[in-house]
Design a protein around this ligand. Sequence first.
Ligand SMILES: Nc1ncnc2c1ncn2[C@@H]1O[C@H](COP(=O)(O)OP(=O)(O)OP(=O)(O)O)[C@@H](O)[C@H]1O
Ligand SMILES: [Mg+2]
Length: 507
Amino acid sequence: MEKQIIMQMKHITKRFPGVLALDDVNFEAYAGEILALCGENGAGKSTLMKILSGSYPRSAYEGKILIEGKECRFTDTEKSERAGIAMIYQEISMHLDETVAENIFMGRWKKKKGIIDWKWMNQEAQEYIAMVGLRARPQELLRNLSTSQQQLVAIARALTKNPRILVLDEPTSPLTIQESDKLFSILHRLKKKGIACILITHKLGEVFANADRVVVMRDGRTISASRMEETSEDKIVSEMVGRKMESYYPKETAPIKEVVMEVKNVTVAHPYAANKNIVEDVSFSLRKGEILGIGGLVGAGRSELVDAVFGKIRKNSGELFVDGRKVTIKSPADAIRAGIALVTEDRKTDGIVGGLSIRHNIALASLRELSGYGIMKGKKEKAKVEELFSRMGIKAPGTEVLLQQLSGGNQQKVVLCKWLMRKPKILILDEPTRGIDVGAKAEIYKIMVSLAKEGIAIIMISSELPELISMSDRVLVLAEGKLAGELAREECTQEKIMMYATNIGNQ
Ligand SMILES: Nc1ncnc2c1ncn2[C@@H]1O[C@H](COP(=O)(O)OP(=O)(O)OP(=O)(O)O)[C@@H](O)[C@H]1O
Ligand SMILES: [Mg+2]
């Protein structure tokens, strides 16, 4: 059966000050398909979809949108919702101090005699909660949910609108594999009902497993639109980056030298569950020039372990030695003083400030180092920032641009620059390439290797097994807060990591 075109965007051009974000883009979606939208960070994917959702009003761009052949002029998101378009944004915008049910029905509460019908709302919310496989009560405050659970709430909210076109902007970044699977089973169901699902993602595995078609964008233009069977991973990657990618993982072994840090018997109490530890009695050492990978399932305590080392969360017990000397770390400031840097997976909660320039954000953590006698050495700072900015290939007209004007992945690169600027002895990276495109990923790997060669010790948490295996000299696997296994580079395979991660290795 020939599929019907449900939506067309024609000759869309969008300018921001100094940036041509979209350059005469044509884009269409069919009813009942899963359409993947791929492209490097800053290619224009989110911008294109924000135009479709009415986030950028009709007057802010050039071009036409046709829904089922009829031209639509959206002045705001409400109008596009009425036309059947729902969008889940890359930067989740949720109300943390409201309940799950309130977030699901945000602003669309049913009232009885002028009073909000809470009972109806909670009951109705329950249905959507079940639909997306969220394990939380409708009355739960959103603040108490993990990032991935909050993402599921956003998806539930979109579904309540009964969309004909559902746009998801990197929905699986914060999700576990199980949660992603669940999400895709929902998308396949929606597809059968004739809904067009447009999925922005950097995970090509997901694209090949689920999409019917893929559109590749580069520098604000559409480069290709193909059915999955007509294309390949290599082809998509080279269309995205505009060149052939040779080696994806540039791992070279740097000379591994003396122990720089020893972590002994770290235990961290579980934040919610009483009498339970999220990290239990974990010890390890780290050498100069080494890239130490930490693997494990989500919830295994990996982030908590490094957060405790960095002084971001409280340890119940445990000791830390840097260069053979015992250090007391009670706050990130203590850790920074000891030469430790932490790049977190969640750029929204820490690390960076949207309203400040790229330069300020990069310089934030290193003000002390750059200032002599309390005076900022402006020139030195600027030169260093410029160097990192170009080395990382951040897409922006310059370092004075406000951070909030960058695409999601480019913001992540700024976070990384910020910590590299500090030249740490020990660099901890928590999911460093989440939301980052293939080209920039390879760039980050290269930087990791060159830092290791300079003698910096690196700890990398990663849920992407190929990344973990290819980049690490040694991998520690955590399961339920405990150290379940350690694998040397030579013996490291996906199967062995998963075996330890699911605790089968210990039985
Ligand atoms: N509000 C804004 N003000 C100024 N420039 C912006 C704004 N939003 C986006 N841009 C610029 O437009 C271009 C496209 O950004 P967009 O967010 O669409 O990229 P993307 O393809 O979604 O990237 P990512 O994969 O990193 O999310 C980028 O150069 C970005 O810096
Ligand atoms: Mg984006």
